[in-house]
Design a binder for this molecule. Sequence first.
Ligand SMILES: *Cc1c(COP(=O)(O)O)cnc(C)c1O
Length: 394
Amino acid sequence: MQKFSVDDRGYYGDFGGAYIPEILYGCVTELQRKYLEIMESKSFQKEFHALLRDYVGRPSPLYHSGQLSERYGCKIYLKREDLNHTGAHKINNTIGQILIAQRMGKTRIIAETGAGQHGVATATVCALMQMPCTVYMGKTDVERQAPNVKKMEMLGATVVPVTSGNMTLKDATNEAIRDWCSHPEDTYYIIGSTIGPHPYPDMVARLQSVIGKEIKAQLMEKEGRDYPDYLIACVGGGSNAGGTIYDFIDNKKVKIVLAEAGGKGINSGYSAATIQLGTVGVLHGCKTLLMQTEDGQITEPYSISAGLDYPGIGPVHAFLASVKRAQVLAINDDEAIDAAFELTRKDGIIPALESAHALAALGKIDFKPSDVVVLTLSGRGDKDMETYINVRMG
Ligand SMILES: *Cc1c(COP(=O)(O)O)cnc(C)c1O
């Protein structure tokens, strides 16, 4: 049987690994040695699950949408990560990582953020745990995402605008790694998706796997079987998708569909469809598919959704796509917007633009009436109101 989980060296097939500067070797190998033991310990499990329940509001509901089911000719459930505290799945990861940081004796947290959502989720748990927090953010993004910058500051974090390169996420990531290199002893770097050097991709997928574990139990209750025919999720770096599929990956009866951001079209030059357009390279400490020029310069990705315009993709997803365990669909901006309005009008749920990419995938799949489909609604649309208003209601 094909193995889909990470190997001892941190690889999924040819993707993954830990490509780090020498000075980080000590703290990254320490994390590699300790993360499983910490995550499996009683004290971690107890504190993590208590916070997920009482602070985040888990379990998140598995909602059967009668209207979407009728429209697409199958049985559709939405996994409501939009109902979590701070409005998306990202908080599952940041709570888990700050508990790991504490158990490793770290006293200071750093993070990078693009759209600001991971920065807010990190600043939130740092306030909760009373730990100092520095968030690196490209200056362009600081200007584009003012409300999230204000939230982080209100939560007590220091937001550092990064002025190198294009002044976006990749540059913020470089700056965070530079900070980490200067303070490897006391600083823990909370990475926001299933990316980064091993063990981050596996660690983040495991922390987010609470999504899939709840789906299992909820399907058992509602359908009398603990797996769906389809799992659908959007992919930026791949954490909500990674957590959704984690416990189903070896079950071949479960089809996996990943929706990436096609932007204005995958051949338009304005796209973030990394799996379809990317080539192999190293970014953010791991080997994966990247949007890059022939000589290895990272090209700026584009999507209407700020949370999906990452130039790389989690190594696990690059692998699952390469061995055809996952089907990857590129969803264009206008398809995502249509899907967001459809869910809003049919179910009274305004989804995040990222999640709308997963919703738009529904129209591209040939379902049978008996198919049970679970789609992870990764976040709520409050943060995207300006975009919705500008493109459709202005
Ligand atoms: C950040 C974000 C994403 C993309 O990140 P992944 O790591 O791919 O899950 C998707 N949806 C929402 C709501 C987000 O905030």
